[in-house]
Design a protein around this ligand. Sequence first.
Ligand code: PLP
Ligand code: LYS
Length: 420
Amino acid sequence: MHDFHYRDGELYCEQVPVSRIVKELGTPCYVYSHATLVRHIRAYDGAFRNIPHIIAFAMKANSNLAILRLMAKEGSGVDIVSGGELFRALKAGVPPSKIVFAGVGKNPDEIRDALKADILMFNVESPAELQAINDVAASLGLKARVALRINPDIDPKTHPYISTGLKKSKFGIAADRALEEFKIASTLRHIEVVGVHKHIGSQLTEVTPFVEAMKKILKLVEALKQDGIDIRYINIGGGLGITYADETPPQPQDLADAMFPLVRDLKVTLVMEPGRVIVGNAGILVTKALYLKEGESKRFVIVDAAMNDLIRPSLYGAYHEIRPLKEEAGHRPKHQVDVVGPVCESGDFLAKDRPLPDVKPGELLAVMSAGAYGFVMSSNYNSRPRVPEALVKDGEVHVIRARETYEDLVRGETIPAFLS
Ligand SMILES: Cc1ncc(COP(=O)(O)O)c(C=O)c1O
Ligand SMILES: N[C@@H](CCCC[NH3+])C(=O)O
């Protein structure tokens, strides 16, 4: 996260002291570095320069319109999983020809909207969904381009909640059923089979599972060829991990180097859906220490951000480094603390049993590596307005999402007349 660094004793995002952003926006707030985002998307794209490819940024990781526009300007498409994501992507100017649509529960309205927008393809997750897409396409007099998502039954060796390619997972079509389902798909009048898709999990820290899964996919592609089904796109999903603590995940170039010999001789376009690796370390969540509390056997640092702002620690026990904005504070004696928020849940914490330097009430802290699955997973639980997001570029701060107001909290709610 080198665009987040200390200078003159203060944490900066690029050339801007984070404390200056807080003066403008208050806390909690998300802060993203434009330079990091651009470097990451270009590194991924550049790594695959020798392979025909399309990057479809997994916008579930961060779907702010400004971030999507930035990705589109860099030539990236998006991987969507809902009608809402399609709406955002189109609004941000992402070309439909680079939009792919995954997800196990696409409803007919979402399918219709995506067909009308003429997206590149649907990543189909079940035989029943395939029929539904065929039916909707028929009602519109169109043909839907599809890839079947295959579940290759490979252990990605990551957190169970974010593993998606194991037999017991709800995602994709079982590898041993794949050939049969492809044959059925190729007979449907309103379906055009163009690809194979797989995504085995998130925050992968080794290349081996990607290679194993790809080998299974290639066997299938070969078998399909024998049956006269020509595959034009192989979608390898996302999943490349990032450094939250001391992980040493492969770089995009390592992944590209592992894929190159496997696809070199094929006439296919590789589609990739990186999310976390593009945005994760491009963002932080800034929070203020409110109170210190000595519990029976614990010390608590109570901060103004909570699980509704960043749920990863509560949901997965995920580690996010916490740094004081003042560098000097980082040198104070350390104590084991829980960093907790104001939400009324015991599971509301940003860090547990963490050795942290003494923090004083009013001091500011940065929760690092919060750019992916941070704001997008936030909620209004406990009627807490969602926090603002800022994008730093060339010494300037752009507010890309305003803090919600109390009025925003009740928008759309009505008290029926019988209660008046
Ligand atoms: C189908 C699909 N593609 C891409 C991604 C993005 O994954 P990551 O953020 O780990 O790159 C996900 C989420 O895991 C996914 O479910
Ligand atoms: N939300 C998860 C990743 C889920 C990936 C979606 N398929 C996380 O924060 O790590």
